[in-house]
Write a protein that binds this ligand. Structure first.
Ligand code: SF4
Length: 308
């Protein structure tokens, strides 16, 4: 029996087959890089802003989608796809420009069954969310993914996020009011964050009925300030054992219905500095997580606090 409710299981149940995300880089920037809120970005953000920048920016949205679909079809026999605006901040433009890009993505291939948009909470408003929600008349799955990272403002400040937890709360309330699928990205192992604080984030997610969570471990990429902290010894990444233990604790405090998009590292291994186990021991990590749940005789939601 699986110990947590995976995104693949959710999609399989919804569509009756395995559904693959195809990443799109639509050339967006980020207010924490273009000077609107800051120029240095989050301390872990590499210069390209996201690990997903695998496509040349000169490629159109349509061509990125079609090329990605062709690869997944030939490699995995994939049949259905979600167009995933992943790189940088994918609502950071006027609504009319967003509409052009999202329209193009939906129309790029007949086997697109969903639209997923990754963004910062401070870069949405009702107009943009209503625009996104309207795509539910064209595809059965429309999801907004927000970088929450943590509920603790002192950590957000430390990692130079240039947004607050209140920004996330406002965005998620609007998103939930519109009934949109949604997911929060969290990071475990952030500097100066205690184990208790990580678990408080899990409890908050459960209490506020966040539909899905993507759990990352903090990774130092080349040319980032986090890499400098790592090299100077002022930040120590989670070991694999620590990551197994804290992931288990985190998942136990979530609701059993919360969809787990992923538990793992982030970034391209070629540009990553530490921790190396995230890429070198992917399978071992996943097996160790299962073993830890078996040892504890728990699963996702086992320690969830029931809110009245
Ligand atoms: S919000 Fe995302 S893209 Fe912007 S600086 Fe932070 S990690 Fe980079």
């Amino acid at each position: 029996m699986p110990h947590y409710y995976s995104y693949n299981d959710y999609l399989q149940k919804k569509f009756g087959c395995r559904v693959y995300k195809v990443s799109i880089d639509a050339g967006f920037s980020c207010p924490n890089r273009d000077g609107t809120k800051g120029v240095h970005g989050c301390i872990f953000c590499d210069e390209r802003g996201s690990s997903s920048r695998t496509q040349a920016l000169s490629e159109s949205v349509t061509s990125q989608i079609v090329n990605n679909i062709n690869i997944r079809r030939s490699r995995y026999g994939a049949k259905k796809f979600i167009a995933y605006f992943q790189s940088f901040t994918n609502t950071y433009a006027q609504a009319a420009h967003l509409k052009n890009l999202y329209d193009e993505a939906i129309a790029a291939h007949p086997d697109i069954v969903g639209l997923a948009i990754s963004t910062r909470a401070d870069c949405v408003d009702r107009e943009k969310l209503e625009l996104i929600a309207a795509y539910r008349s064209q595809v059965p799955y429309v999801c907004v993914e927000y970088g929450l990272q943590t509920i603790h403002d002192h950590t957000l400040k430390h990692i130079n996020r240039q947004e607050t937890h209140e920004d996330f709360v406002k965005a998620i309330q609007m998103t939930q009011e519109l009934g949109l699928d949604h997911c929060a990205h969290v990071i475990l192992g952030l500097p100066n964050e205690t184990h208790q604080e990580m678990i408080e984030t899990a409890k908050w997610i459960a209490e506020n009925k966040i539909q899905g969570v993507k759990i990352h471990f903090l990774v130092a990429m080349e040319h980032t300030r986090l890499a400098q902290h790592y090299l100077s010894g002022t930040w120590k990444p989670l070991s694999m054992d620590e990551a197994v233990s804290v992931s288990c604790d985190f998942l136990e405090h979530l609701s059993p219905e919360c969809i787990i998009y992923r538990v793992g590292g982030n970034g391209h291994p070629q540009h990553a500095i530490a921790p190396q186990w995230v890429w070198q021991k992917k399978r071992e990590f996943s097996q160790a997580l299962d073993q830890e749940f078996i040892r504890r005789q728990t699963r996702q939601g086992s320690k969830m606090v029931i809110f009245s």
